[in-house]
Ligand binder design. Structure first.
Ligand SMILES: NC(=O)c1ccc[n+]([C@@H]2O[C@H](COP(=O)([O-])OP(=O)(O)OC[C@H]3O[C@@H](n4cnc5c(N)ncnc54)[C@H](O)[C@@H]3O)[C@@H](O)[C@H]2O)c1
Length: 442
């Protein structure tokens, strides 16, 4: 193997590039974002993932380099496509970045020079076939290799995948299969299951997996609404359900909804794929609808308590879409901040991850130099500063806040009320301290 190129160095591509470098390959990461590329070449990680910067520093300028130029793909045997496939205005996957990268590949490589082009981006069924068509006349094989990493523990996931899914045009053609086996030999040796299948199956596995997990979440979230009214405790319901190993306890925590760069857009893109094939996605559409409603339902709960939110001060604990990441995409905290600000409330936001706080400041274009950061929105570096003088504490991210000093928090807040959007707190403990507690379905 001469060299591997990874196109798109975001959450997926950067970890792929760094991980392959750790396996000993010569890797080039290509991105259109010049600032990102410069930072990466200095060994600075533009996004937060535990352990990523250390690995980057270990390999950068040795067997790992970054560039904005596609020229380097000429010398690569394998080219991974890891560009974003965000949601377009109709809910479909926007494939502009992917197709523009494919165009660049066409402009750059020699028609006769054999390459394996691997699509890691999450793409609707039929996309690998389309990419192959776009590359007709070129000596390439296109491989579908969907990514399953979880942000927050993405480096761990890269080295410990639960399965490797590989979709090929023609399973009789052993050449790309052998090459992918070489690239992923580390996983072969670890006995990770390999699913070798056709393009369409591989593409659908990715959407099916995300939509299933999202449905599990929406299921328990819908149930939580009933639980709330009928004096049941959804956490105990989830626990008891989860003990049945046909059900399992993962993704069964009631909360304020799924978020992030994958579930919301992938569920919507799957709905589109059903629609495009004239099938009504009854269940999956409901999964999406429950999720859209969940945050509004929770907001109503807060509103009902205070009646008038104007001028009320809220501490929002957790800004990113989940713990241990700086990623704000579709974050429920951000949705809630917008709803609260829209009702005249004042928000003091906090997240343990410094980069998540920085991203929030940048997203809202807050001005740090003025002492306060913007109209009614403050992002604070300290949790205790965030809760100080608050009329209510709202938990938006699933961190273990039980480890905080709740006696100290009690003495700092103006009103002792907690809205726990992730059902994470020890209810007895905070109630004993005099807090009123409102969870999701409990
Ligand atoms: N983030 C996740 O947890 C995750 C997990 C599994 C799958 N995925 C999928 O992986 C894909 C990438 O997701 P992500 O979160 O890494 O996205 P991202 O937005 O973090 O990164 C995408 C990168 O691609 C770059 N880019 C865009 N067009 C380019 C081009 N033509 N040439 C070179 N670089 C280009 C962007 O500058 C950016 O750095 C998506 O399809 C996503 O659905 C993401």
């Amino acid at each position: 193997m001469k060299k591997i190129s990874v196109i798109g160095t975001g959450y997926v591509g950067l970890i792929q590039a760094v991980g392959l470098a750790e396996f000993g390959f010569n890797v080039v990461g290509i991105d259109i974002d010049e600032t990102k590329v410069k930072a990466l070449n200095r060994g600075e990680c533009p996004l937060y993932e535990e352990g990523l910067e250390e690995l980057l520093k270990k390999h950068v300028n040795k067997n790992l380099t970054f560039t904005t130029s596609y020229e380097s793909i000429k010398g690569s045997d394998v080219i991974f496509l890891c560009v974003g496939t965000p949601q377009d205005k109709d809910g479909d996957a926007d494939l502009r970045f992917l197709f523009s990268a494919v165009e660049k590949i066409k402009e750059t490589i020699d028609k006769d020079d054999y390459k394996v082009i691997v699509i890691k981006s999450t793409v609707p069924v039929g996309t690998n076939r389309k990419v192959k068509e776009l590359l007709s006349g070129y000596n390439v094989d296109v491989v579908s290799n969907p990514e399953f990493l979880r942000e927050g523990i993405a480096v761990y996931d890269f080295f410990n995948p639960e399965r490797i899914v590989l979709g090929f045009e023609n399973l009789e053609n052993k050449k790309p299969i052998e090459i992918m086996n070489k690239v992923y030999n580390y996983f072969k040796e670890k006995n990770v299951p390999f699913i070798i299948t056709n393009w369409e199956t591989a593409e659908l596995i990715k959407y099916a997996s995300n939509a299933f997990l999202a449905t599990k979440i929406s299921f328990i979230n819908e149930l939580a609404k009933l639980s709330d009214i009928v004096n049941a405790d959804i956490k105990t319901v989830s626990y008891a359900m989860g003990l049945d190993d046909r059900i399992g306890n993962k993704f069964l925590n009631a909360g304020i909804g799924y978020a992030g760069s994958c579930f919301p857009k992938d569920v919507k893109a799957l709905i589109k794929q059903f629609e495009n094939n004239n099938i009504e996605p009854i269940l999956i559409r409901s999964t999406d609808k429950v999720n859209e409603e969940q945050i509004k339902w929770f907001f109503e709960k807060i509103k009902n308590y205070y009646k008038n939110l104007n001028g009320k001060v809220f501490a929002i604990l957790g800004l990113a879409f989940k713990p241990n990441t700086d990623d704000l995409r579709e974050s429920r905290a951000i949705k809630l901040i917008d709803l609260l600000l829209g009702s005249g409330a004042i928000v003091k936001g906090f997240d343990y991850v410094a980069k998540a706080r920085e991203n929030t400041i940048n997203m809202y274009k807050l001005d740090k130099s003025k002492g306060f950061y913007g109209y009614n929105l403050y992002v604070l570096d300290d949790l205790y500063e965030a809760v100080k003088d608050a009329d209510g504490i709202i938990i938006t991210t699933e961190y273990n806040y039980n480890k905080e000093d709740w006696e100290k928090i009690r003495n700092l807040v103006k009103e002792k009320v907690i809205f726990d959007g992730r059902n994470i707190l020890d209810v007895e403990k905070v109630k004993k301290l005099g807090f009123k507690y409102y969870g999701v379905g409990r």
